[in-house]
Design a protein around this ligand. Sequence first.
Ligand code: ZN
Length: 236
Amino acid sequence: MADEVKPSYEFANARELLQSFSPLGSIGTSAGGNPIWGKRLDGGSGERVLFIGGVHGNETEGIAATKGFFDEFIVNATPRRGAREVFFIPVLNPDGLLNFSRHNGNRVDLNRNMPTADWKANEPGEKYYSGPAAGSEPETQVLLQVLNDFNPQFIVSLHSWKPMFNVNGPAHEYARRMHAELPYEITEDIGYPTPGSLGTYWGWEKQIPTITFEIERGLPLDKVYGIVRGALLAVC
Ligand SMILES: [Zn+2]
């Protein structure tokens, strides 16, 4: 299959799925007026890990993975092994989940809207539309608030594309731990610049280890969590 990337499956029940995360409580509201669910999980007192899914709402594999984690550790209340303190945001972009879209309700690519030094304006309607201003979007503001308040020592953000652990900042040790569980390629360079991305902002500029976990796109959604679970639990 070389360079081909299959399309993601769409959730049949996106609204129900989004609502299923409501026990976490709301940490904000999206551009389209939908709740952003998130919570600092009980448990560890150790390393602070920010675990995010659904920055791009059409990359459903990442949301299937956060749903699996949610069901195992919150619904079924399985004790987590690690002593890590996890802040969990299963779907940062609920508008995108509901519309099966990369973008939020303002058609902004949230992974181009962070206030990085190299943030660049572009045109509405573009795939990578970065918004009217750096940090303009409510979802970005929610995330910046969490970053400031929780002050994570490591960030993992779930996407889907060609399978890889994309390392941003000093995250190689984390990548190796994940790679030991799932033999995805570890890379620093995804082949094009990403101004306004979380990885550029928090990883490269703030030097907080950040991994953009690109789950293999096109996996059956009910298989995803079983495939990525080990890699997630190696760091969450
Ligand atoms: Zn993505």
